[in-house]
Design a binder for this molecule. Structure first.
Ligand SMILES: Cc1ncc(COP(=O)(O)O)c(C=O)c1O
Length: 450
């Protein structure tokens, strides 16, 4: 049975990927409407699973976003590398519960290797620990839980046992352009989405170091490596030095920006961030593995363990690194295996090439758009381009027309008070000719819609 179904899935998936180059990148309205064909009352008898897969391919496939293809530039999410997809299938067939060595020696061991490779590749301090979570939102949450635990322990408070009721107050410092999900993580931790001290940002979205307030008492300072619009990096050397001297915990939201450390000619952007105490990152962004794959790193893994460990009569508490002692989740898929596979297949040079190529391609977009007379609103230091085609209304109209045309897909945003289009180049699949084809389409559509 499994062979027939896996062959069917393989056939559908291959056809999907074989045709992704030529399809409309966004989902067309008529294909989205056809999703109604998947609905209806839940049947009593079920059906032949092969029919289920065929229906999924015929009706579901056309209504997907072509993010696996080469001309999807939305949301900094990248595509899935073939080796990641294939490893995903293999590990799914293993059906491993990644929460402990007991449930999966393979998952726990492979994850520990991947963690060590990542710490090395991202130039984080030797001995840094980590957790494989669902995304950067949860990575921020996980790392900030370690921060909360450590700084309250230093203040004589056991937050894991006592909660926040009656705890010494914590000051949380964020930049004026911190990502929206960072506030969600802070809210989930009881630190409050709005109970933060906001440091103003400059025109690129970087925290202004001179505006960092005097720090006293339990404090967490949240830096950003890679602004979701501009790609800008906070001035970490100065901020880290000041915050650490005052005894604060420094956390970095580097959902995609952390990968700059893996490309020699972009690594300077990460200068100073290695001085932090924790970092959040996404493998489903620039490492191009499948969703959901976030990474929380903590310099001293004991602080992460203090926040996340559990004990039960049937769980091991030995010397080995037990995944459940570092993550918010217990049972979970063995997502570290895909990361291991990509790192093993690409090697250091392969990851560097992916990051460098996408950054170079972003620069080409910026040059092409400027040459055509449009306003690039950011310094293109990484893989992000923010462009305005005129006033907000014109820009919005042109973005809608680009999405409708379907040659490529770019999303809208607001940047420093202005409506803009955001181009995020973060996929292994994007070749230089895809950039040229997309640029031609964008310029053609913009000129026709002024
Ligand atoms: C800087 C930053 N932080 C956090 C996130 C949230 O990541 P995720 O969607 O994986 O939770 C993003 C997503 O784009 C981001 O760019």
């Amino acid at each position: 049975m499994h062979k027939k179904l896996l062959q069917a899935a393989h056939g559908h998936a291959s056809t999907y990927l074989d045709t992704i180059q030529s399809r409309h990148v966004g989902a067309r309205a008529e294909d989205v409407a056809a999703l109604a064909g998947l609905d209806g009352p839940l049947s009593d008898a079920g059906e032949d699973p092969q029919t289920t897969l065929d229906t999924l391919a015929t009706i579901g496939g056309p209504a997907t976003t072509g993010s696996a293809g080469p001309r999807y530039f939305g949301f900094v999410t990248g595509g899935t590398l073939p080796v990641a997809l294939a490893a995903n299938w293999q590990v799914a067939a293993w059906d491993q519960n990644g929460f402990t060595h007991l449930s999966s020696p393979a998952a726990a061991t492979i994850e520990a290797i991947a963690l060590r490779w990542l710490v090395d590749l991202l130039n984080l301090p030797a001995g840094t620990g980590g957790a494989f979570v669902t995304g950067a939102t949860m990575a921020n949450f996980t790392a900030l839980a370690a921060a909360r635990s450590k700084i309250l322990t230093d203040a004589g408070w056991d937050v894991e046992r006592m909660g926040l009721f009656g705890a010494p107050p914590i000051t949380v410092v964020v930049g004026g352009e911190a990502h929206s999900t960072l506030f969600k993580s802070l809210g989930l931790l009881g630190l409050g989405r709005e109970r933060v001290v906001e440091v103003p940002a400059d025109d690129q979205g970087r925290m202004i170091a001179a505006e960092l307030p005097e720090i006293s008492g339990p404090t967490i300072v949240c830096l950003q490596a890679g602004n979701v619009n501009s790609g800008a990096f906070d001035p970490a050397s100065e901020l880290c030095a000041k915050a650490k001297a005052a005894g604060a915990w420094v956390h970095v939201d580097g959902a995609f920006g952390l990968w700059a450390a893996a490309a020699p000619e972009r690594a300077h952007l990460m200068q100073g961030f290695e001085g932090a105490d924790s970092w959040a990152c996404d493998a489903h962004k620039w490492l191009n593995v499948s969703y959901d794959s976030g990474l929380a790193f903590v310099r001293d893994p004991e602080h992460l363990r203090a926040a996340m460990a559990i004990s039960a009569s049937y769980l091991p508490q030995g010397e080995a690194r037990e995944p459940f002692a570092f993550t918010p989740e217990s049972s979970r898929r063995a997502r570290g295996v895909e990361i291991w596979a990509v790192l093993r297949a690409l090697g250091r040079n392969g990851v560097a090439e992916l990051v460098s190529r996408n950054c170079r391609q972003a620069q080409r977009f910026a040059e092409g758009l400027s040459a055509a007379g449009y306003t690039v609103l950011n310094d293109v230091v990484l893989n992000q381009v923010v462009v305005a085609f005129g006033d907000d209304e014109t820009t919005a109209r042109i973005i809608a027309a680009i999405q409708e045309d379907g040659t490529c897909w770019c999303g809208g945003t607001h940047w420093r008070g202005r409506g803009a289009m955001r181009i995020s180049v973060s996929s292994w699949a994007t070749r230089d000719e895809d950039v040229e084809r997309s640029l031609d389409a964008i310029v053609r559509i913009a000129q026709a819609n002024v």
